[in-house]
Design a protein around this ligand. Structure first.
Ligand code: TYD
Length: 209
C-alpha cells in the first residue's frame, strides 16, 4: 500500500503554511490519515540541522548550506516521509526538493544539475505525487513577511533580487512538469485557494472529499 505525497512550495510570505494547515485539516475531517511535516525539519536530526542552517548568526558557504538542506532531507525522508507513505497515509510537507532548486540553485547560484543530483541521492529518488506552488509578486510577499514581524532567518536576509529568482525558479519548475504541479495565484482569498487545492486532489488523484 502506498500513500499520497503532497508538497507545498513558494517563496517566503506566500501563505504556504496557512494552506498546509487548511488542506491537512480538511482532509482529516473527511477521515484521511494525514501526516503534516516541514522542511528543513520534520524529524529529530533534521530539526537540529534546521536550527543550524537558519541561524542568522552562523556563517555558512553556499555549498555547505546545500549539503545541510540535503542531509536534513535524507533524515526526513527515512524517518518520517517513507514510513508514513508505506503505511498508506497522506503526507503533506511544507517544502521539499523544489526549495533547494529554487533557493540554492536559482537563489545562491549553484549548478542546478548538481543540486538535483545531490538531492536525488538524499531522497533515494523520491518525488512528490503533487507539488502545489503558491505564487505571489515578490514585493507583496516581502510586505507580508514584514507584517508578520518574526525574526529574520538566514535565508530571508539574502540580498535584493534573491526572492525574485526563487519565484522565477518555482514557475520554471511548474512549466517543466505541469502534470505534477498545481500553480496557484496566492493573492486570492485563503479559503478560495484551499478549495482549489482540494478540488484538484479529488479530480486528479481520486482523493475522496
Ligand atoms: P520555512 O520554514 O518555509 O520558512 P518560514 O517558516 O520562515 O516561512 O523555510 C525556511 C527557509 O529555508 C526558507 O527561507 C526557505 C529555505 N529553504 C532553502 O533555502 N532550501 C531548502 O531546501 C529548504 C527546504 C528551505
Amino acid at each position: 500500500m502506498t500513500g499520497l505525497f503532497v508538497v507545498f512550495e513558494g517563496a517566503d510570505g506566500t501563505g504556504k503554511s496557512t494552506q498546509v494547515a487548511a488542506v491537512a485539516n480538511a482532509l482529516r475531517e473527511i477521515g484521511h490519515d494525514v501526516v503534516v511535516t516541514r522542511e528543513p525539519g520534520g524529524s529529530d536530526v533534521a530539526e537540529t540541522l534546521r536550527a543550524l542552517v537558519l541561524d542568522p548568526a552562523t556563517h555558512i558557504d553556499d555549498m555547505t548550506e546545500t549539503l545541510i538542506f540535503a542531509a536534513a532531507r535524507a533524515d526526513h525522508v527515512a524517518k518520517t516521509i517513507l514510513p508514513a507513505l508505506n503505511a498508506g497515509k497522506v503526507v503533506v510537507s511544507d517544502r521539499f526538493v523544489g526549495s533547494s532548486i529554487a533557493y540554492q540553485s536559482a537563489g545562491r547560484g549553484l549548478r542546478q544539475d548538481a543540486v538535483i543530483e545531490i538531492n536525488d541521492y538524499a531522497t533515494g529518488g523520491l518525488h512528490p505525487d503533487l507539488t502545489v506552488v503558491l505564487d505571489l509578486d515578490a514585493s507583496v510577499a516581502g510586505a507580508r513577511r514584514d507584517d508578520r514581524g518574526e525574526m529574520i532567518d538566514r535565508m530571508e536576509s539574502a540580498p535584493d533580487g534573491f526572492q525574485d529568482a526563487v519565484r522565477a525558479s518555482f514557475l520554471t519548475q511548474v512549466e517543466a512538469a505541469p502534470d505534477r504541479h498545481l500553480l496557484i495565484p496566492a493573492a486570492q482569498a485563503p479559503k478560495t485557494i484551499t478549495a482549489q487545492i482540494l478540488t484538484h486532489l479529488e479530480t486528479n488523484y481520486g482523493v475522496k472529499l
